[in-house]
Design a protein around this ligand. Structure first.
Ligand code: CP
Length: 327
C-alpha cells in the first residue's frame, strides 16, 4: 500500500480504477450487502482541523468494510501541544493503525507525516494545498451527473467560484482535470483570491481553455457544472480581511433561473457558509434537482471505501467475502 497525498500521483487509468471500485461499493454502502474484508484492521483518523464530512465519511467507509476507527480530533487532544514532533507522532501512531487519514492546517504537513509513517497515509486536507479525496469524489459525482445527461468528462464545461486562492478542493480538482481532454474552465474569484498561477498554467498546458474573471453572471451561462466554494476564513490573517470578500458571489434560485442553462449542475465541497453575510449557495436551491451537494457527500463514502480497498489491497476479496443481507 502507498500513501495518497496529492492528485499528482494519479494517472487517468488510476482514476478509472478508483471509479470502477467505487461503483462496486454501492451495494455495501447502501447496506444491501455486507463485506468484512477489513475485519481486525484499524484506521487512525487524525484531524487537527475541524471536519464533518471528511472525518465521518472516512470512518463510515472503514466501518462498512469491517474495520475499526480510532480518532484524534484537534491539537488539544494530542501530545503535539506538548511539543511532540510530527515525526514522533507518526512513528507512534503508525504502530497503532493499519492506515491513517490526516488533516492538518499546514501545507505539506501530511506528506511530512507520511515520510515517518510505517503505514499508508491518506491526505484529508493539508492547509490550502490539497484535498485529493475530495477532488476524486467531486469528479466521480461530475461523471455521474453528466452521464445521466449523456455527456462525458472530456469536453466538460465547469466554473469554479469563490476563494480559489485558499480552496484546497479546487486546487486538487484543477490537477485532476488536467488528466482529461478539452475541458473549459472558468475561474471566478476576486482578483486577490485568484487561483494560484501554477495551477492555471497546468490547465493551459493540458490544452484546456481557461477564462479568469470576477463576473459571476457572465460565467455561469454556458456551463455544465457551477462549483461554488466558501471564503476560507481560517486561512486569512483576520476575520475583517475575510469579510471583505464574503458574499461577493452568491448563487440562488433566481440567479440560477435567469443566467444558467437548464440542467446546470450546482456543486460545493461543503461546508457552505449559510450565515447571511456569506450565503454563497442559498437554501432556496435545496429544492432544485440539479443541486448535487448531498450526492457529493453520499458519493464520498463510495470513493473512500474504494480508496481503502485499493490502498490495503483487498479489492479482489470484496466480492468473494461478501454476503447478501436479509433485513
Ligand atoms: N468537504 C470537506 O472537506 O468537508 P469537511 O471540512 O466537513 O470535512
Amino acid at each position: 500500500g502507498s500513501h495518497i497525498l496529492s492528485i499528482e500521483q494519479f494517472e487517468r487509468a488510476d482514476i478509472q480504477r478508483v471509479f470502477d471500485v467505487a461503483d462496486a461499493m454501492e451495494p455495501y454502502a447502501l447496506r444491501r450487502r455486507v463485506t468484512r474484508v477489513l475485519e481486525g484492521a484499524i484506521l487512525g483518523n487524525m484531524f487537527f482541523e475541524p471536519s464533518t464530512r471528511t472525518r465521518v465519511s472516512f470512518g463510515s467507509a472503514f466501518n462498512l468494510l469491517g474495520g475499526d476507527v480510532r480518532e484524534t480530533t484537534g491539537f488539544e487532544s494530542s501530545s503535539i501541544t506538548k511539543g511532540e514532533s510530527l515525526y514522533d507522532t507518526a512513528r507512534v501512531l503508525s504502530g497503532y493503525s493499519d492506515v491513517i487519514c490526516m488533516r492538518h492546517p499546514a501545507a505539506g504537513s501530511v506528506a511530512e507525516f507520511a515520510q515517518a509513517s510505517r503505514v499508508p497515509v491518506i491526505n484529508g486536507g493539508d492547509g490550502a494545498n490539497e484535498h485529493p479525496t475530495q477532488a476524486l469524489l467531486d469528479l466521480y459525482t461530475i461523471r455521474k451527473e453528466l452521464r445521466s445527461k449523456g455527456r462525458t468528462l472530456d469536453g466538460l464545461r465547469i466554473a469554479m467560484i469563490g476563494d480559489l486562492k485558499h480552496g484546497r478542493t479546487v486546487h486538487s480538482l484543477c490537477k485532476l482535470l488536467c488528466l482529461f481532454d478539452r475541458v473549459q474552465v472558468t475561474l471566478v474569484s476576486p482578483q486577490e483570491l485568484s487561483m494560484p498561477e501554477y495551477l492555471v498554467e497546468g490547465l493551459r498546458n493540458a490544452g484546456h481553455q481557461v477564462v479568469v474573471t470576477d463576473n459571476l453572471q457572465t460565467s455561469i451561462s454556458r456551463i455544465d457544472i457551477a462549483y461554488s466554494t466558501r471564503i476560507q476564513e481560517e486561512r486569512f490573517t483576520s476575520k475583517n480581511e475575510a469579510d471583505l470578500y464574503r458574499g461577493r458571489f452568491r448563487l440562488n434560485q433566481s440567479i440560477y433561473t435567469e443566467y444558467c442553462e437548464p440542467n446546470t449542475v450546482i456543486m460545493h465541497p461543503l461546508p457552505r457558509d449559510s450565515r447571511q453575510e456569506a450565503n454563497e449557495l442559498d437554501n432556496d436551491l435545496n429544492a432544485n434537482p440539479n443541486l448535487a451537494i448531498f450526492r457529493q457527500t453520499d458519493n464520498g463514502v463510495l470513493v473512500r471505501m474504494a480508496l481503502f480497498a485499493l490502498v490495503l489491497d483487498v479489492v479482489d476479496q470484496v466480492e468473494k467475502y461478501s454476503r447478501d443481507v436479509r433485513w
